[in-house]
Design a protein around this ligand. Structure first.
Ligand SMILES: [Zn+2]
Length: 125
């Protein structure tokens, strides 16, 4: 996934900053976990992915829409990403990890993002 997603994108930094402000410790881009989750809370067995709406196809989201031109090309490309995401989440869950996806568009709504993260981190403890 590294070819299509730069490290430390803006949405990801927003998520990191908020999690940090809550006082949680996490690791970044852990390579030995499926899908290299963006934030990893090892002891809590939780991971957070910050997904771009376009590249990971956020359903019912304006930013997740495919371009009108070269539809087949985009469809295949995005479909591959989505399949990989699903497989990675399954693997993580089999390992006993809890997975949270934060979408790029959610990081633009402070309350939504903060609510999701807070609930997730408070759960299963
Ligand atoms: Zn979205």
């Amino acid at each position: 996934m590294s070819a299509i997603r730069a490290k430390g994108t803006k949405p990801e930094i927003k998520v990191r900053r908020f999690v940090y402000s809550l006082g949680y410790h996490y690791r970044l881009h852990v390579k030995d976990l499926p899908g290299k989750p963006d934030l990893v809370f090892k002891q809590r067995k939780k991971v957070i992915f910050v997904h771009g709406c376009f590249w990971h196809h956020h359903e019912n989201c304006k930013k997740g829409r495919l371009p009108k031109s070269r539809q087949e090309y985009w469809h295949n490309k995005i479909f591959n990403n989505v399949s990989r995401d699903i497989a990675n989440i399954e693997k993580l869950e089999k390992m006993g990890m809890h997975v949270l996806i934060i979408w790029e568009c959610e990081t633009q709504k402070k309350d939504v993002m903060e609510g999701k993260i807070t609930n997730f981190l408070n759960e299963y403890t």
